[in-house]
Design a protein around this ligand. Structure first.
Ligand code: SF4
Length: 278
């Protein structure tokens, strides 16, 4: 019976040109150092996919999806994998800076967190006293930081808070709230026919959904129709691609709805359970 301990396996693995991924790239490092995996969350976009970081001797050497999440598996999108570059970017801000020169001169001094907070508080109080609290707009990434910032803005006296949510999902969430009364979720697994407008999952958003769409697109019994002015990756997977004019999506959808309603070509029973005004 063939038996091999981990150390011997690593020696062989790092000596062969056929070893894939980070193990081969790490070479001797893998033999001498602490090597562990830490589960975390990707912060490279607001999808916040679950991920796993491989940490060797205190340094992240590889990122991948969290295999314990079934919808995710070990996949991350290219942007998510690139998170490692952001972590160790030489220009990454790791301490507060206050500008000392004129705007555009790129002159800064490093300050403590206490001094930075004091500086911001003084500026905010000045703006509030001079122009009123509503003169200040607060902005942050969606998520917990947004919730905290919103509470802070309201306490300060300004309703002006915006985030990714304000410009991206607000349209779909408002539409659902005013039609079906709650947020709906895409169910690719149970769909048979998908009309996709300009949404390009294959170029970097939400890995579990992208994988579900990949399964859908590769199933010959299902049909994917894509509307997009350019031949996107999504369009390349479609059964039918229509390069409609940019910005004409809404006109197309309204025309489609008009024909369906005029000719009674929709599932009346199904719609009656959702849309009481029909
Ligand atoms: S979609 Fe990509 S960048 Fe966004 S959270 Fe997931 S892995 Fe990260």
């Amino acid at each position: 019976m063939f038996a091999q301990n981990r150390r011997d396996f690593l020696k062989i693995a790092t000596a062969t040109p056929f070893v894939p991924g980070s193990l081969g790239a790490m070479g001797e490092l893998a033999l001498c150092c602490e090597d562990k995996s830490i589960r975390s969350m990707c912060e490279m976009c607001s999808s916040r996919c679950p991920m796993e970081a491989r940490v060797v001797n205190g340094k992240v050497v590889a990122l991948q999806g969290n295999a314990y999440d079934k919808a995710m598996g070990t996949s991350l999108c290219a942007r998510g994998v690139a998170g490692i570059s952001q972590l160790y970017d030489e220009q990454r801000l790791t301490q507060p800076l206050i500008r000392v020169g004129k705007r555009g001169e790129n002159q800064w001094r490093v300050v403590s967190l206490e001094e930075a907070l004091e500086y911001i508080a003084t500026k905010l109080n000045h703006l509030k006293k001079t122009y009123g609290a509503r003169s200040v707009i607060f902005s942050s990434k969606t998520g917990e930081s947004y919730d905290m910032l919103r509470s802070f803005a309201y306490a300060f006296g300004s309703p002006n808070v915006f985030s990714h949510w304000s410009s991206c999902p607000i349209a779909i969430e408002s539409a659902f709230e005013h039609t079906v009364g709650e947020t709906m979720h895409r169910d690719f697994e149970n769909a048979n026919y998908i009309l996709n407008f300009g949404h390009n999952l294959f170029e970097g958003l939400d890995i579990p959904l992208t994988k579900a769409m990949a399964r859908f697109a590769s199933n010959p019994s299902k049909k994917l129709v894509v509307f997009d002015p350019r031949f996107s990756l999504m369009a390349s997977k479609a059964n039918e691609w229509y390069p409609i004019k940019a910005g004409s999506d809404l006109a197309f959808v309204l025309s489609l709805l008009h024909v369906w309603i005029r000719d009674g070509k929709y599932d009346k029973k199904f719609c009656a359970t959702l849309y009481h005004w029909l």
